[in-house]
Design a protein around this ligand. Structure first.
Ligand code: PMP
Length: 405
């Protein structure tokens, strides 16, 4: 008897599979643009100073290591909800939300997906944008959902396919769940305008769809944390019921602390109470209690006036670095191409990524010829680029685009 003879090799993760290949690459000049982690101008991993200060303050407090409640610390849940919806929003005033701590954005999405599938979804269908952050597919299909996609990126105009998107929304099955990126869409870096968001909400209401927002890059689209929350607050104002998965991995640099939240907006306080009990019932047999540290950091950062202001400045500085280097990359690409092709479309993109529009073959060539790793959909992490590697990366992209090899 061999218990494992039936176990075949699983397909690699679309993003971390690239990382594994990169690690095994023996070339000295290799560059990994595939993973979504912010780097400073020296290529070093980065924790904002406000977060470092917050952690140092917490170290002096001898924080308890006892179990947190299943749903997470109350203080954390309240400060996150206020951060998402605004202190004087109706959702907060009337306590119409069930907010639980989640294991990063992924864990929060997964708890939300299980809840929706098992307890409320009418037709067990979820619509996800194409393109999207690839794990969305597995998070929802592993929870039981049937996955469908709606149009997002127009490969011809290298911009948002708003007409296609609205058309697909109009044709969605009523009462389905629809996943939307709140801000700095991953991988394209293109978001709808406020007017377009309002049109999207109109269709959502007409078709009785359930919006599930994924907010992973608040602060990275405009440099202003508050301004980047506008889609979350707009939805909360206009839609009675919705879900948001929030992660603080990127904007607080707390990747490995696995700290995020799932917040479900309900119609009444009683409904929110019932939903919270169900979320706890889902969490308990999976990981039982969330980790303490990240929640303490996030709560103190959000609730201490001084630390919070410092954090807003830190995020603005991260944004500025990304935008500066993005513009330098585009200038260098345009200089090299000397009118033969135009890279200006990348200047509209926001957030940590650049979406090159490269095909899978071109991504493969980038790896083979230049030891530069992008994700298969043509996404590059702009925050990995610095003065030491920008010329090489721009030259490689230029050659791939014009097939000079
Ligand atoms: N959603 C999107 C759009 C993301 O880009 C990411 C992280 N890359 C996540 C969710 C997951 O975040 P976390 O790492 O906190 O699980």
């Amino acid at each position: 008897m061999n218990w494992f003879s039936c176990v075949v090799r699983a397909e690699s993760d679309k993003i971390y599979g690239v990382q594994e290949e990169y690690v095994n690459d023996k070339r000295d000049n290799k560059i990994n643009l595939s993973i979504g982690v912010f780097r400073d101008q020296n290529g070093q991993s980065f924790v904002p100073q406000s977060v470092i200060n917050c952690e140092q303050m917490l170290f002096t407090k001898n924080c308890s290591k006892e179990y947190a409640p299943i749903e997470g610390f109350k203080d954390f849940r309240q400060s996150v909800a206020k951060f998402i919806y605004g202190e004087d929003s109706d959702v907060i005033i009337n306590e119409r939300h069930a907010t639980v701590q989640g294991l990063g954005g992924t864990g929060s999405l997964r708890i939300g997906a299980i809840f929706l599938y098992e307890l409320v979804s009418v037709n067990k269908t979820v619509y996800i944008p194409y393109q999207t952050w690839s794990p969305h597919n597995q998070v929802f299909s592993n929870s039981g959902f049937q996955i469908k996609h709606y149009r997002y990126w127009n490969q011809r105009t290298l911009n948002l396919d708003f007409e296609g998107l609205i058309n697909d929304f109009e044709n969605m099955i009523d009462y389905s769940v629809v996943v939307l990126h709140s801000i700095a869409h991953n991988p394209t870096g293109i978001d709808p305008t406020l007017d377009q968001w309002n049109q999207i909400i109109d269709v959502i209401q007409r078709k009785k769809l359930f919006p599930f927002l994924d907010c992973a890059y608040q602060g990275f689209a405009s440099g202003d944390l508050q301004r980047d929350g506008v889609v979350n607050t707009l939805f909360a104002k206009r839609v009675n019921q919705m879900a948001i998965a929030m992660t603080f991995a990127k904007n607080m640099g707390l990747y490995g602390d696995r700290i995020g939240a799932l917040s479900i907006v309900c119609q009444t306080k009683q409904e929110a109470h019932n939903v919270l009990t169900q979320l706890k019932a889902i969490i308990r047999p999976i990981y039982s209690h969330p980790p303490n540290w990240g929640a303490l950091v996030v709560h103190h950062l959000l609730s201490d006036h001084h630390l919070r202001s410092q954090w807003f400045i830190d995020v603005n500085n991260m944004y500025t670095r990304i935008q500066d280097i993005r513009n330098q990359l585009i200038n260098e690409l345009n200089r090299l191409s000397d009118g033969k092709t135009n890279w200006d479309f990348m200047a509209n993109q926001r957030g940590m990524y650049g979406f090159t529009g490269f095909s899978q073959t071109q991504v493969f060539q980038l790896k083979q010829q230049f030891a530069i790793y992008a994700t298969l959909d043509g996404r590059i992490n702009i925050a990995v680029i610095n003065q030491n590697n920008i010329k090489h990366i721009a030259y490689a992209m230029h050659c791939i685009k014009l097939q000079i090899m």
